[in-house]
Ligand binder design. Structure first.
Ligand SMILES: Nc1ncnc2c1ncn2[C@@H]1O[C@H](COP(=O)(O)OP(=O)(O)OP(=O)(O)O)[C@@H](O)[C@H]1O
Length: 256
C-alpha cells in the first residue's frame, strides 16, 4: 500500500478569520515532488503554503501530514531582518533548535549538521561571515541551509528569487534542482514569476484569489494555452529555445 502524500489539503478553504482567500483546494505533495505555486502578488500563494505547513488553521476542509514527515520552511528573504547580529553559521544552527528541545545545548552532531547544510548550499566558506554582510543570493542560501539543518523531508521555499538579477536567480533555481535531485528532498516553492520556475518544477499550482482560481497539475498540462489563459487572462505562449522553456504574453486581446 502506498504511504500516501507527505502533506495534503482536501476540500480546503484557506484564509483569515471569516475571509476566505481560496476555496475548494485539493493539493497533495508526494515524495519526490517539485511543485511551484505561481500567481500574482497578493494572489494567495503565501496563504496557501502557510496553510499547507499547518501554520494557518483551515477555515474548512482537512489537512493531513504523513507521520514522521519533517517540513522545512524558508521564509521570504526580505522578511528576515538583515541586521541580525549573527554569522551565517549561527543562523544555520538556529535550524537545529526545534530538534534540540528546551535547555539542551548544541552538540557535535548539531555542528556537523550545520557544516553539512552549508556544504549542500555551497557556502561552507561563509560560516563565520556576518549574515548582514552577505549578498542577497548568499543570504538566500543561508536561509535554505537553516531549513536543511533540521534534515527535512519536504522543503517549502517562499519567493527565493525575488529581487535577484537573472544570474543569481538561475543559480538559486539550480541549487533547488540539485537539492531535489541529489538530496531527494521534495520541494514546494512560491513564485510570482512563471518563467523562473517553468524549467524546474514538475508540477504547477496556479493561484489567484481575485479570479477565485486554484488549479494544480503536471507542468506540461499547466503550460497549455487554456491553463495559462486562466492565470493571466490573456493569451500566453510557451516556446522552447536551447532546451529551455520561455513563457511570454502574446497579442490577442484581454480575455477577462
Ligand atoms: N495576516 C493576514 N490577515 C489578513 N489578511 C491577510 C493576512 N496576510 C495576508 N492577507 C491577505 O491575503 C491576501 C493574499 O495574500 P498572500 O500574502 O497570500 O499573497 P501572495 O500571493 O503570497 O502575495 P505576494 O506575492 O505579494 O507575497 C491578500 O489580500 C492579503 O492582504
Amino acid at each position: 500500500m502506498s504511504p500516501g502524500p507527505l502533506v495534503a489539503l482536501e476540500g480546503a478553504t484557506v484564509g483569515y478569520g471569516r475571509r476566505a482567500i481560496l476555496q475548494r483546494v485539493d493539493l497533495a505533495v508526494e515524495a519526490g515532488d517539485f511543485l511551484a505555486v505561481v500567481g500574482p502578488n497578493g494572489g494567495g500563494k503565501t496563504t496557501l503554503v502557510r496553510s499547507l505547513l499547518g501554520a494557518l488553521p483551515l477555515l474548512a476542509g482537512r489537512r493531513t501530514l504523513r507521520p514522521g514527515v519533517r517540513v522545512g520552511y524558508v521564509p521570504q528573504r526580505d522578511h528576515v531582518d538583515p541586521v541580525w547580529p549573527f554569522t551565517a553559521g549561527e543562523v544555520v544552527l538556529m535550524g537545529r533548535v526545534p530538534a534540540l528541545g528546551p535547555g539542551r545545548r548544541p552538540g557535535p552532531a548539531d555542528h556537523e549538521a550545520v557544516r553539512a547544510a552549508l556544504g549542500l548550499v555551497g557556502i561552507e566558506a561563509l560560516a563565520g561571515s556576518a549574515y548582514g554582510e552577505l549578498s542577497g543570493g548568499q543570504r538566500q542560501r543561508t536561509l535554505i541551509a537553516r531549513a536543511l539543518a533540521a534534515e527535512p523531508t519536504l522543503l517549502v521555499v517562499d519567493e527565493p528569487t525575488n529581487g535577484m538579477d537573472p544570474a543569481a536567480e538561475l543559480a538559486t533555481m539550480d541549487l533547488l534542482r540539485d537539492l531535489h535531485q541529489g538530496v531527494r528532498i521534495a520541494i514546494v516553492m512560491v513564485s510570482h514569476r512563471l518563467e523562473a520556475v517553468a524549467n524546474y518544477a514538475r508540477a504547477l499550482a496556479f493561484v489567484d484569489k481575485d479570479q477565485t482560481l486554484f488549479r494544480v497539475g503536471p507542468v506540461e498540462e499547466m503550460l497549455r494555452p487554456d491553463g495559462l489563459g486562466a492565470l493571466y487572462g490573456r493569451p500566453v505562449a510557451v516556446r522552447e529555445l536551447d532546451g529551455r522553456r520561455l513563457v511570454y504574453p502574446i497579442n490577442g486581446g484581454v480575455r477577462r
